[in-house]
Design a binder for this molecule. Structure first.
Ligand SMILES: Cc1cc2nc3c(=O)[nH]c(=O)nc-3n(C[C@H](O)[C@H](O)[C@H](O)COP(=O)(O)OP(=O)(O)OC[C@H]3O[C@@H](n4cnc5c(N)ncnc54)[C@H](O)[C@@H]3O)c2cc1C
Length: 442
């Protein structure tokens, strides 16, 4: 139902993806009497929440890059908080009799070229350093083959804290839970203006003392956060069912798998024996525009298919049946950030950097606490307290980001092909370090 006319609420949540839905649910669970109105521009899950790869995990797999950046104590806090994500999704499904195709089979990061070995080793070393070696189990080539066999996998690391879901089923389950909890949901209701205390829509307005902006990539155009985030594309291909080929390569345990590129490949199986292969190498956006470059991106689709054939040659004969993609909101340090616009009661959360299926649950807890003015375990997380570095303004953001992307991709391709990358590519790939952007860079 779309909003017609004026509405008074205690909280207005804008955006009906996982972030907005988990926030609304957390608010109703903590304060059942709150009047929560949720506005979604299209239908819930119309954004990436309804069409992602379904990798569900917290931060153990990011520890290698997060630890030097956040330090031991804060990184551990984040990783431990993230451990609650999979149980929370399981609890939602169990308590409401929903089948979100949750498969808790862990996640394997593989090295598929010499240049990727270091990231795998770093993940193992970071978990050891923090006293949680069991969260990142090193695998030699034979160990990786016990999960999935490929001639290009050199070594890997197994993260027990990882699962997969069917993303659209998770959105639908959350949407039903939010409505059952008593929140008022208005779909086909875009917020066209957000001011402190008031959200304007095409045919009405919501007056609410607390507002939560949970619009993900669309927020890259919003002045309050634009300097900290930009959009990149991510694209997936899905094969026909090939259960017999999965048997042949020994990938029957349901593990989520990713390689150790920066513009990574992420791949998983489905309950009916298909393989989804994603590539996070899509184009960089400009001024937060969400257009066809993200949703009809044939070059990135081709890179995803190339990844499928290279990484899993045993699936050479598997036909691609579908492909799709969308924007990912990449923050300047590749971690999501949550906060409140200074002097207002407008809260925001975004910057998941292609890794939001699980962390949006944390986001919902943090945003609910911000709304309720609580200083608690959620608002104390580094996701809500750290200083997020700034990116250059447009058009430098797009030009610089595009340059670095091209350079890193050239380095990663050369590495996979056993070549030394060209000097300009190496120089371009090193640029973010010069600007002290130490995370998510090569
Ligand atoms: C192809 C692809 C694969 C991915 N795979 C994975 C994965 O396997 N694992 C993982 O962890 N992450 C993955 N991600 C990222 C993940 O999907 C996102 O981090 C997550 O869905 C973000 O949820 P959200 O609710 O913040 O944003 P969204 O899902 O984008 O929700 C925002 C909502 O706000 C609405 N909206 C926008 N503007 C307005 C407005 N003005 N008024 C009202 N509503 C508005 C949109 O319609 C949308 O429904 C993937 C992303 C893509 C594109």
């Amino acid at each position: 139902m779309a909003l017609e006319g004026a509405l008074e609420a205690d909280v207005c949540v804008v955006g009906g993806g996982y972030t907005g839905l988990w926030t609304a649910l957390a608010l109703k669970e903590r304060e059942p009497s709150l009047h929560v109105a949720l506005l979604e521009a299209e239908t819930c899950g119309a954004g990436p929440s309804g069409r992602n790869g379904g990798f569900l995990h917290g931060y153990w797999a990011s520890l290698g890059s997060v630890l030097p950046y956040l330090g031991r104590e804060r990184a551990l806090e984040l990783a431990r908080a993230g451990e609650q994500i999979v149980p929370a999704v399981r609890a939602l499904a169990d308590s409401r009799g929903e089948d979100v195709w949750l498969r808790e089979a862990g996640m394997v990061m593989v090295s598929a070229s010499p240049g990727q070995d270091a990231a795998v080793d770093q993940a193992v070393a970071a978990a050891e350093e923090i006293g949680a070696a069991e969260q990142a189990v090193p695998l030699d080539a034979a160990g990786v083959a016990e999960h999935v066999r490929s001639p290009v996998f050199r070594r890997g690391v197994y993260f027990p804290d990882g699962a997969t879901v069917q993303p659209a089923r998770l959105v639908a389950a959350l949407r039903r839970a939010v409505v059952a909890a008593g929140a008022e949901l208005f779909e086909h209701t875009p917020a066209v203006r957000i001011r402190d205390g008031r959200v304007t829509t095409p045919r009405g307005e919501v007056r609410a003392p607390e507002i939560v902006v949970a619009i993900n990539a669309a927020a890259a155009a919003w002045r309050a956060v634009a300097r900290h985030v930009t959009n990149f594309g991510s694209y997936v291909v899905l094969t026909e069912p090939v259960p017999e080929l999965l048997e042949e390569i020994g990938w029957t345990g349901g593990e989520a798998v990713l390689d150790a590129r920066m513009f990574l490949h992420y791949f998983r199986t489905t309950a009916d024996g298909r393989v989804l292969m994603g590539s996070g190498s899509g184009p960089i956006g400009f001024r937060g525009r969400i257009d066809g470059r993200f949703s009809r991106d044939l070059p990135t689709g081709a890179r995803a298919e190339h990844g499928l054939r290279r990484l899993l040659p045993g699936l050479a004969g598997a036909r691609i049946e579908r492909s799709w993609g969308g924007p990912i909101d990449v923050s300047s340090d590749h971690l999501p950030f949550f906060g409140t616009v200074p002097g207002q009661r407008v809260h925001y959360g975004l910057g998941y950097s292609g890794h939001g299926v699980g962390p949006t649950w944390l986001g919902g807890q943090i945003l609910a606490s911000l709304v309720l003015r609580l200083d608690d375990e959620w608002t104390a997380l580094p996701l809500a307290t750290r200083r997020v570095p700034s990116l250059p303004p447009e058009p430098l953001k797009r030009l610089g980001g595009g340059l670095v992307r091209t350079a890193i991709m050239a380095c990663e391709e050369a590495d996979e092909e056993g070549r030394r990358p060209s000097l300009p590519a190496r120089a371009g790939a090193a640029l973010p370090r010069l600007f002290r952007m130490e995370i998510g860079t090569r």
